[in-house]
Design a protein around this ligand. Structure first.
Ligand code: NAD
Ligand code: LMR
Length: 332
């Protein structure tokens, strides 16, 4: 029997991530090849004509799974009945900026859209914040939508996770599909900590730790970390625009794993509400290693954290606490 369609909201849908993301969703990349979808696309009035153009292209693409399109500049219409909300709307940084430099413009959007989601989305709607500063926008959304359970609000660090996989894959000349359990800890910013301590590679001789195969701690503790931390800036330098196709693809990976589950023995990185695990201050939206099953994420517990890692986990938590204060000062 055919499944009922799932309503997926994409805010900022006329922008460059939106343009890459909506066809992926309509093709089943996010929710699977047998899951019909209805797309809700929100943008602001100056982008209305362009948004309508995206809608026209979705019609022209004749996606079999796409059962309807709502393209609107009305936040209430956009949020009504949605089961999944991918919050991309906002302003991207330009060359030379840090992601928190777009804070004042973007956090106020998340404060105002929080109540529309709270009041009009379907019960148990899952929210993924992509717009930067992603962790802090998600935190503001959570604080201004108190009736949305904190387990339903997340931010995107899967792009950083995938970037770490990509770097290890190039270094070892192995397929990304053979590598698992890299971790992004903390903020989607240049203080994030890409950690390979628990990562492994499938080889003909069995599963081997990444650290054993790379056998160059100077690279893993040195060049690898800033390469992943600074990859967003490197893309902006090269494209004169921030990442879009990789961000859209990572957003699909994030929601797919959240809804459909992570493979046995595999963890992924998600920005989620901290419950104090790994001594990360409770209440921050912090990227942790998680597994997902039955539509719920769970922070992987009991991983060893050495002194080198501890300092990096703490540094990125401190930045998130500062960002939280800065966000509130922008909203006051
Ligand atoms: P873009 O400028 O191409 O598109 C953003 C869209 O949002 C525009 O169409 C704009 O009109 C719209 N918008 C602005 N205010 C809005 C509002 N109040 N409601 C609805 N829509 C609104 O930018 P982009 O390249 O698509 O990037 C979007 C955001 O995602 C940026 O903040 C960027 O920094 C961030 N980003 C995050 C990650 C991540 O991994 N977390 C990766 C890439 C980009
Ligand atoms: C990215 O990581 O590519 C995005 O957050 C965009 C940016 O500003 O770096």
């Amino acid at each position: 029997m055919a499944k009922d369609p799932v309503r997926v909201l994409v805010t900022g849908a006329a922008g460059q991530i939106g343009y890459a993301l909506v066809p992926m969703i309509a093709r089943g990349v996010m929710l699977g090849p047998d899951q019909p979808v209805i797309l809700h696309m929100l943008d602001i009035p100056p982008a209305a004509e362009s948004l309508n153009g995206v809608k026209m292209e979705l019609v022209d693409a004749a996606f079999p799974l796409l059962k309807g399109v709502v393209a609107t500049t009305d936040v209430v219409e956009a949020c009504t009945g949605v089961n999944i909300a991918v919050m991309v709307g906002g302003f991207p940084r330009k060359e030379g900026m840090e992601r928190k430099d777009v804070m004042s413009k973007n956090v106020s959007i998340y404060k105002s859209q929080a109540s529309a989601l709270e009041q009009h989305a379907a019960a148990n709607c899952k929210v993924l914040v992509v717009a930067n500063p992603a962790n802090t926008n998600a935190l503001i959304l959570k604080e201004f939508a108190p009736s949305i359970p904190e387990k339903n609000i997340s931010c995107l660090t899967r792009l950083d996770h995938n970037r770490a996989l990509g770097q290890i894959s190039e270094r070892l000349s192995v397929q990304v599909s053979e590598i698992k359990n890299v971790i992004i800890w903390g903020n989607h910013s240049s203080t994030q900590y890409p950690d390979v301590t628990h990562a492994t590679v499938k080889t003909p001789a069995g599963e081997k730790p990444v650290r054993e195969l790379v056998s160059d701690d100077a690279w893993l503790n040195g060049e690898f970390i800033p390469t992943v931390q600074q990859r967003g800036a490197a893309i902006i330098k090269a494209r004169k625009l921030s990442s879009a196709l990789s961000a859209a693809s990572a957003a699909c990976d994030h929601i797919r794993d959240w809804v459909l589950g992570t493979p046995e023995g595999t963890f992924v990185s998600m920005g989620v509400y901290s419950d104090g695990s790994y001594n990360v201050p409770a209440g921050l939206i912090y990227s942790f290693p998680v597994t997902c099953a039955g539509g719920e994420w769970k922070i992987v517990q009991g991983l060893s954290i050495d002194e080198f890692s501890r300092k990096k986990l703490d540094l990125t938590a401190e930045e998130l606490s500062e960002e939280k204060n800065l966000a509130y000062s922008c909203l006051s």
